[in-house]
Design a protein around this ligand. Structure first.
Ligand SMILES: [Zn+2]
Ligand SMILES: [Zn+2]
Ligand SMILES: [Zn+2]
Length: 359
């Protein structure tokens, strides 16, 4: 069977020959167009618009089983894999598409350094490539012109919001993300159970324990929030890490609070010890002048200065553990490691810390 290839960009035409059984089996696109009626096949004239070199590569791939010795199947290269991926997807060469996707995962940095056009890759293929990445691998991609990294983090961000996906990069899901109308924090429902709202929201629960309940702001729109963050942080990579850090949490063995990863540097402390006059019930911190009682039931005035929390990875640092003990500790360890290696993107800048008041 003859395939006429027309390369408009290079203004070239070339004919390729291929047995029709092989062609139909390897390039399933043709199977749909070529009638099963063998007699009519002779009359069919196939014409393809494609880069001649790419089609030549594809033909060598199709005929890989019949190659003479010493002439193995053609190899994928960073400079041509994107064209081959797009053509093989169009021609329905499923095995080759899979090979290209795997190759992209292993070689993204050299691929985006070539003059290829990554915008030609359709969304389905972008998803399939992105599915192979964990967030650390995605962050390691060197992509100076941002040809693919933002697409990659866009997909990882989508996954954070998909409650149906068990995400090994993020024990917590952003599906329940909301903004508290009172303390203005953006958190998910799991984290909301573990961190305090403002003292004015303090309630005493049925067991006589002090508890804090956050109040979802009904006007909060996740889409708008993400767009705002993108404007502020500039890249989808940074938006991803900020959201990841807002929903995943650890606990501190010093202040014994649970905190979102974005607040790693916000363990509150007073550099000075409080001074009490005689038997007086109230005293003062010399560092900030904060008046305190010997016994502070609200436990809110933990300090006027900030330092890093001391992360507690033992099970005692986890309220309501889900899954096995080892699994929980491993998941927390991973969150902590990821936090440390991406701290500059995850953590809130310090000037945004709420100033302490003498309430
Ligand atoms: Zn709140
Ligand atoms: Zn102080
Ligand atoms: Zn702490």
């Amino acid at each position: 069977m003859v395939i006429h290839v027309c390369d408009e960009a290079k203004n070239l035409k070339q004919d390729f020959h291929c047995p029709r059984d092989l062609l139909v089996r390897e390039m399933r696109y043709f199977a749909e167009y070529l009638s099963t009626d063998a007699q009519r096949w002779e009359e069919v004239d196939i014409s393809v618009h494609c880069d001649v070199q790419i089609f030549d590569w594809l033909m060598k791939y199709v005929k890989r089983a019949t190659h003479r010795e010493g002439q193995g199947p053609p190899k994928l290269e960073a400079s041509s894999v994107i064209s081959i991926l797009i053509s093989s997807d169009f021609l329905k060469m499923d095995n080759l598409v899979e090979e290209c996707i795997q190759f992209c995962h292993r070689n993204m940095s050299p691929i985006v350094a070539t003059p290829c056009n990554m915008n030609c890759i359709n969304d389905k293929l972008v998803s399939r490539i992105s599915d192979l990445y964990n967030h650390n691998e995605a962050d390691d991609v060197k992509d100076r012109k941002d040809k693919f990294k933002s697409k990659l983090f866009g997909k990882l961000l989508e996954k954070l919001f998909d409650p149906s996906i068990a995400n090994s990069c993020s024990p917590e899901s952003a599906a329940s993300l909301f903004k508290c109308a009172v303390c203005k924090k953006v958190l998910n429902t799991n984290l909301a159970k573990r961190i305090n709202c403002l003292p004015s929201r303090m309630i005493i629960d049925r067991c006589g324990q002090l508890a804090y309940s956050h109040t979802p702001d009904p006007s909060f729109d996740v889409g708008d929030y993400l767009i705002d963050l993108k404007g502020q942080l500039k890249t989808w990579r940074d938006v991803y890490w900020r959201i990841w850090g807002s929903i995943n949490f650890l606990s501190c063995s010093r202040c014994s609070e649970t905190f979102p990863c974005t607040e790693l540097g916000q363990c509150k402390f007073h550099p000075d010890t409080p001074l009490f006059h005689g038997n007086s019930l109230s005293g003062k911190y010399p560092c900030c002048g904060l008046q305190i009682l010997r016994f502070d039931p609200s436990q809110q005035n933990k300090g006027c200065k900030l330092r890093d929390h001391i992360v507690n990875l033992s099970e005692s640092g986890m309220k309501e553990p889900i899954g096995s003990k080892e699994q929980n500790i491993k998941a927390k360890q991973r969150v902590y490691e990821d936090l440390l290696s991406h701290r500059e993107a995850v953590c809130m800048p310090h000037q945004k810390v709420l100033t302490m008041t003498n309430e």
